[in-house]
Design a protein around this ligand. Sequence first.
Ligand SMILES: [Zn+2]
Length: 152
Amino acid sequence: MSAEIKFEVDFMLGKLATALRMLGFNTKYVKYKKSEAILSDSLKENRILLTRAHNLPENPNIFIIESENLDQQLKEVDSKFKIKSKLKPFTRCLICNTSLEVIPKSKVKGKVPFYVYQTHQEFAYCKECHKFYWKGTHYQAMLEKIRKLNNS
Ligand SMILES: [Zn+2]
């Protein structure tokens, strides 16, 4: 395995964590830990720690996010880690970060709303939280994010 970029995001950046998962990045989101504990966790798993905390020890694996605006935050991450060139949208569960499995349309019948079944062709599934994904509103929001990233 080559160097897939992995992130760990602390409790102050929940929206950024979801957006990164939407774009297909392996992103761990940590809510109930102190910054120091999150840092040691991220080092152990070789993840880049994205945080707003300025009080952590100097470490090349820490990247401090300055903006409070999500689109700006994505630009900050992109300027450092070039995420634009590594996008894998629609591949990761927004809730638990698990890699999604693509499933054929025939298997989602009766498991997603009828309207969704009728109007979508591509579906994916998270085997951890048993959630189905399709290219609906989340996907549109994600495309919008990518568009804004490209507009910089
Ligand atoms: Zn999941």
